[in-house]
Structure formats: C-alpha cells, structure tokens
Design a protein around this ligand. Sequence first.
Ligand SMILES: *Cc1c(COP(=O)(O)O)cnc(C)c1O
Length: 436
Amino acid sequence: MQLYSTKNPSTRVSFKEAVFNSMPQDKGLYMPVVIPRLDDKFLNHLDEYTLPEIAFNVAKALIGEDIPDNDLKAIIKDAINFLAPVVKLEENVFVLELWHGPSLAFKDFGARFMSRVMSYFLEKGEKQLDVLVATSGDTGGAVALGFLGVPNTRVTILYPKDKVSDVQELQLTTNGHNIRAVEIDGTFDDCQALVKQAFTDAELNEKFRLTSANSINIARLIPQTFYYFNAYAQLLKQGIDKVIFSVPSGNFGNIGAGLLAWKMGLPVEHFIAATNLNDTVPEFLETGVYQPKPSVATLSNAMDVGDPSNWVRIADLFKDDINDLKNLVTGYSYNDEQTLEAIKFINDDYNYVACPHTAIAWQALRDWQQDNYKADTAGVFLSTAHPCKFPDVFPESIAAKVDVPEQVEDLFKKEKKSTVLGKDFEGFKQYLLENK
Ligand SMILES: *Cc1c(COP(=O)(O)O)cnc(C)c1O
C-alpha cells in the first residue's frame, strides 16, 4: 500500500511510515494512492462471510502485501474480538451498535487495530514506542484499552482534570502496566498543546520514539470501514439490499470510513452526516462554503468539533467532483434540547436507550425519512457509545433503565492512579524525562 499527502499528491510513503508518522510533515493527511474496488463476487455475497472474514478481505484489498495474510488475520482476530450487531427497531429503522468493545465506544475498532499494527511493525530490538495522546473523553479510553498489554508500547494519556465523566476517567486511570494517565490542570486544548509541543521537542524526540494515536492515523480509518460492510451483510441476510447510513459526526473519521467503503464498492444509497450545533459540515453541504468555527460545548461532547480533522480526507475522496459528495451526503444539525427530545422519543417508542450522539443520528435519519421514505430502503443509524458513559445526560426515569455492563462495575472497584500536572510544557517535559 502506498500513500500520498493530501497537501502534496506526488509524495509516496509506505503503510508502515504512514502509521508511525500519523500525519505528513506538510500537515496534510495520508490517503491511499489506489482505492481498490472490491469484486462483485464478494460484494454480492457479503452475507456469507463473518465479521473477521469481511475485515480481512477489506483490509487486504487496501493494505496489500505490507502485512502477510496470516499476520493480518491474526491482527484482526485479536483486535476485532467483539460484534457489531444491527438491531431492528421498526420497519426500515435499524441501529448499528458499535459499542460492544472494551471501552464501550466505536473508537475501539480504530484504536485496537492501530495498536496491533504498530506493534507488528516494530521490529525486534527497536526502541519502545511511546504513544502520547490528549483526550476529552472517549479517545483516551479506547487508546488506553487498545494498547493495554501490547508488547513494546507505552501510552501516556493527558486529560483535563475534572472535565471527563467518571466512567471515562476510570477507563484512563485504572489500567497500570504500560498505560499511565496525567491529569492536566487545564482544558482539553491545553492537553493537546502539550502533546503537540512534545512532538516538536528535540530532546524528547532523541530520548523517546514518540508517536500520536489520534483519529487521523490511517490505521484507525481502515478498520472503521469493516462495520459498514458487515452491517450491509446483516441486512442482506434479511433480504434487504438498499441502505442508507446516518452517522453521528464530530471529527468525521467515522463517516469518512463509510465513504471510503462506498468508494470500494459498497452499494450505499445515501449517507447522513448528523451533528450537534457544531455544524461546519452540514453548513458546507448546504452552502458550498467550508467555514471552520470555534467549537461549542454540547451534551454530545465527543462531537464538539468546529473544524473536523478528517474533513480533508473526504474532500480529497471527492476532489474530482464535489457535486457527487453533495448528492451522496446530506447534513443535519441539532441543539441539546432536540437531542434530549430524541432520547425521550427513542425510549418511549422503541423502549431503547440511546446515548446523546446516537440520538442525533436517529433524529437525522427520521427527518430524512420524512421527506425521502422508500419502502425498499433500510435506514441504519450508527450507535457510537453505550449510554452508561453519559449518565448525567438522561432524565432519571431513563437513566434507571440503562444497564451497566460488568466491565464498568469492575472499574468502580479499581484504584485510580494518575499524576496531576500544570499546563506548562516544562513541567510535562520534566515528567517524561524523569519517568522513563
Ligand atoms: C468520537 C465520537 C463520535 C464522533 O466520531 P468522528 O469519527 O469524530 O466523527 C461520535 N460519538 C461518539 C460516542 C464518539 O466517541
């Protein structure tokens, strides 16, 4: 597999280089030089394959010879060791549950696959890989649990003190082993600034092999295509072959993977980009003007992004004809009041509890279907996190119905371990140097 930078299409790097760099020097994003079209024999018979088999075929088509078949199969078996079921709520309304992994959010797909690919590419005798990651909540949990116990890697997670939910904090701070947590007395932006500065610090780069695990890494994007193919496979089993996906979107990695799957031949009729008040992309789809904005805080905080980092990839996928993108994707955005209404409606009508991000995707699907309903087309909204991760959002009557998975109950029995630091870079650097 060869990749180029969106800022400089004539560059070429290998898959391994792209995985370890995360981002090209020129600050573009890596894209595959060739986006293979999967053959019809596979696409028309997806229902005959399991999730790991689908994942292997899709990954193999993209990655090619960079990872031999048996190693790639082993990586997938280890990384994608949970299901992504499509659940029917009513005629032509389905929910794709992406939170059956260890951190209870869809980011497990990306983080677990990426960690194993990185570990695979580390050669014998190579310096330990030091992953630095700043999180506002969900990313940190997925990365921590994704790398936990992965040989020759260590993860340092920075999160803003007192600004993540209890479950999220426990997922970051109770792991031990090769995972350590640092609470920054500041905001998420402060955490991100520290990580960025560390990457440009000569002394740190000399002493450590630093890498980031953020959502723009190509090894996080690839595994997110798997569940689109797998969802389609589950619908084929029910005799459905026309589908639209509604995707709750923040940094636009999730829907970006869906669009990549579409480019690879998955016959999706339409995509819906569902956002909270951070509506940069819905606005673009309507006006044609991409105008990044400062992010605003909402109930669906994993989507509080004013300048989605994966947008560049989507624009690049459709650079030859941006009208194709506008025809394929419709944007919707909702405020917190509408999000709460949607949560209540889903609970009342389907007896189902959706997290705030998921509820936004459902509302957008509903609004789309109001105007564009087709009896032969299934609407699937993506559920990106288990509701127990956002306990403060729900009215009491609904909160009482949220079942708490065993792994979360276990978290509350564990001891929190973290280091509190200020937001100055020198202090953080000192911490890294003193805790080799
Ligand atoms: C990260 C996240 C999103 C947004 O996904 P993007 O790929 O950034 O668009 C949505 N919901 C939840 C629960 C998340 O953690």
